[in-house]
Design a protein around this ligand. Structure first.
Ligand code: SF4
Length: 309
């Protein structure tokens, strides 16, 4: 009964949150407005700080094995090679692929700008971007490098570091904080309009964020979901490719949003995976291959040559 109630509550809250954020984008993108002096000044300050981040690299303890939420769904064997600093394949990306990622990066920036303009242009927006309250990024948006952090975790006797950053933390009108992770797809608009759920890798990334950004310490045997953990995430997709200009009301949906409320079990599964790779990095025993993950793996050569399995 309790579980059914929780699932129903999650579903209706999730639907409300994703409809609201998508509605905010659609409302903003239906309006004409002028550039705002204060917002543009803030974005300029953000750019200045990004120069600082280029010169002053983010530091975290190097004596431990390191993981990041973006690698949460990777093949354990790939993570094993990475933590052992194995030789990577020679990079072989094509120029058009670089242009593909370059275009997505600029859409990413445009979305951040939209989030700030929503706050000014929409009447009573339910979501606003959180702000940094101290340090060199004070007053700037709670996003990306402004909020990058690491956490030293001990799990199943293994100590490792989890580090990373999330696209943004949004403040919802009821006082809660919701993580916002933005993803683009580039090939055809159908890749977004036909999406029924977020990809497993993006879900696992959000699970990693919940472990990293929750203020609570991670202690084995104690609850991992508490009133203070940051467990709600919106995974937001936009297709860089759009429907035909003339499609109008019949245009395929180029934006989709999904809600995830991270559970105790999901956190434990990810912690177990990281602890297992950390333990193997000590013994040198590589995990099994997961060949469904090979496409984006940079260790194909060493994996193929590795005859330990
Ligand atoms: S090549 Fe495939 S199986 Fe081997 S480490 Fe990479 S993802 Fe895993």
């Amino acid at each position: 009964m309790k579980l059914t109630k929780k699932v129903t509550v999650d579903k209706s809250r999730g639907e409300k949150l994703v409809n609201t954020i998508k509605g905010q984008f659609n409302m903003l993108h239906s309006m004409d407005y002028y550039d705002d002096y204060e917002i543009e000044k803030m974005l300029l300050k953000q750019k200045e700080l990004e120069l600082h981040y280029i010169k002053n690299r983010f530091e975290f303890p190097k004596q431990y094995v390191q993981f990041s939420p973006s690698g949460a769904d990777k093949c354990s064997r790939e993570l094993f090679y990475k933590v052992n600093k194995a030789t990577k394949d020679e990079q072989s990306s094509y120029p058009y692929q670089k242009r593909w990622t370059r275009n997505s990066t600029f859409v990413h920036e445009a979305v951040q700008r939209d989030l700030l303009y929503m706050e000014k242009m929409l009447p009573n927006p339910a979501f606003k971007v959180g702000r940094i309250t101290e340090g060199i990024a004070k007053g700037l948006p709670a996003w990306e490098k402004n909020i990058q952090k690491y956490k030293v975790i001990t799990w199943k006797g293994e100590t490792f570091v989890l580090y990373g950053m999330v696209d943004a933390f949004l403040d919802y009108k009821d006082g809660s904080k919701v993580g916002f992770e933005f993803k683009t797809k580039s090939v055809t608009v159908d890749r977004v309009s036909k999406l029924k759920a977020p990809s497993i890798s993006h879900k696992k990334q959000a699970i990693g964020y919940s472990l990293l950004f929750s203020p609570d310490e991670i202690v084995e045997g104690q609850p991992l979901v508490t009133p203070t953990t940051l467990d709600e995430y919106i995974i937001f997709y936009e297709s860089v490719a759009k429907d035909e200009w003339r499609a109008g009301n019949f245009a395929a949906d180029d934006m989709k949003a999904f809600y995830l409320n991270v559970t105790e079990k999901q956190k434990i599964t990810l912690l177990d995976k990281m602890a297992d790779v950390a333990a193997r990095s000590g013994t040198g025993e590589a995990p099994d291959r997961k060949t469904s993950k090979c496409m984006f793996c940079n260790y194909k050569t060493i994996c193929l040559d590795d005859v330990t399995l």
